[in-house]
Design a protein around this ligand. Structure first.
Ligand SMILES: Nc1ncnc2c1ncn2[C@@H]1O[C@H](COP(=O)(O)OP(=O)(O)OP(=O)(O)O)[C@@H](O)[C@H]1O
Ligand SMILES: [Mg+2]
Length: 306
């Protein structure tokens, strides 16, 4: 088992569409199979995890997907409501806040407040003595984080709030959230990439920013959707023999093989380029040749991470 799965909190980050949700789910399945009570959190409303498990929508409720694997979709409004309910002991005060639509105004007037309460909820999920009713204890919380640029801003939110607040309960809670994110022992980030020019560039930048600017421990870069190497350079003469053929079928087969060889070569080039740009260990995951990622495929991907 990869040692980062022994942490309590993992943020899965990366450029849009590279496979963050797939990897977050794959890691969740892997950890649960290793006997860890795991919850995968979506912070955007994409609902990918639940689709995979053919569940009704996973909402702001902890839903069991399979043995030891849970999911939640974190909604900022619900997080804020829950936070206030836990903080304010006086019922009249809570009623006043809810009825006056105070939250909505507050959130609209305070940039980053939604992100802050979302991270607050993530913190709450990592606690072993949870105050939330029916709250379970989790060994591992995996966060399917927002795409690249948003991801950096998201993870920096607590520090920005702490710098603004300076004193008071808001300050100490923001500091606590920042300490959770930058805790090298208990918290880690995984960066997902694709073997293509732009994702590789963006991954290299993201890996540095996460470490140097956010201060989170970057534990693994995952190169996702890598094609199998069906042909090597040594096959080139045989393939060229086919493309030179006058037989249409042989010619077509040769062209297909050649294009696949070129595609694999281009991917390998990008993989080597990224390896040279980063200082984090990299794991490659195979391209899944299926119309959609099935549960079995996600499990296979999870098991391929070591
Ligand atoms: N290894 C793989 N092989 C084949 N297809 C894959 C693989 N990983 C992910 N995909 C597919 O790529 C698409 C994007 O994956 P996914 O939704 O996990 O990305 P994402 O980074 O979460 O995207 P977003 O930024 O939109 O949330 C999906 O259709 C998914 O099924
Ligand atoms: Mg996603």
């Amino acid at each position: 088992m990869p040692s980062f799965l022994d942490k309590r909190l993992i943020f899965v980050t990366g450029k849009g569409g590279v496979g963050k949700s797939t990897v977050a789910t794959a890691l969740g399945i892997r950890a649960s199979l290793e006997g860890k009570r795991t919850i995968v959190c979506e912070v955007a409303a994409s609902e990918n995890t639940s689709r995979l498990f053919r569940q009704e929508e996973v909402g702001y409720r902890e839903v069991e997907l399979t043995n030891d694997l849970w999911a939640i979709s974190i909604d900022p409004d619900d997080s804020m409501r829950e936070y206030v309910l836990l903080q304010l002991k006086v019922k009249a005060m809570r009623d006043l806040l809810f009825k006056s639509r105070m939250f909505t105004y507050l959130a609209e007037a305070t940039p980053g407040l939604n992100e802050l309460v979302t991270i607050g909820k993530i913190w709450e999920l990592t606690q072993l003595d949870r105050k939330v009713r029916h709250g379970r204890k989790y060994d591992l919380v995996i966060v399917d984080a927002p795409a690249t640029g948003h991801g950096i801003a998201f993870l920096k939110t607590p520090r920005i709030f702490a710098n603004i607040a300076r004193v008071g309960p808001m300050y100490s809670q923001a500091v606590e959230l920042d300490e959770m994110i930058t805790d090298q022992e208990q918290t880690g980030a995984i960066v997902v990439s694709l073997p293509e020019e732009m994702p590789v560039n963006e991954t290299a930048t993201l890996e540095k920013e996460l470490r140097d600017s956010v201060g989170v421990s970057v534990d693994r870069v995952i190169m996702n959707a890598v094609y199998p190497e069906r042909f090597g350079k040594g096959d080139l003469p045989a393939i060229e023999g086919l493309t030179d053929s006058d037989e249409p079928e042989l010619h077509a087969a040769g062209r297909a093989a050649l294009s696949e060889l070129r595609r694999t070569e281009a991917q390998q080039e990008q993989i080597e380029r990224l390896e040279a740009l980063i200082s984090t260990p990299m794991t490659t995951l195979p391209f899944v040749f299926e119309p959609e990622i099935t549960l079995a495929a996600a499990r296979m991907l999870g098991e391929a991470i070591d």
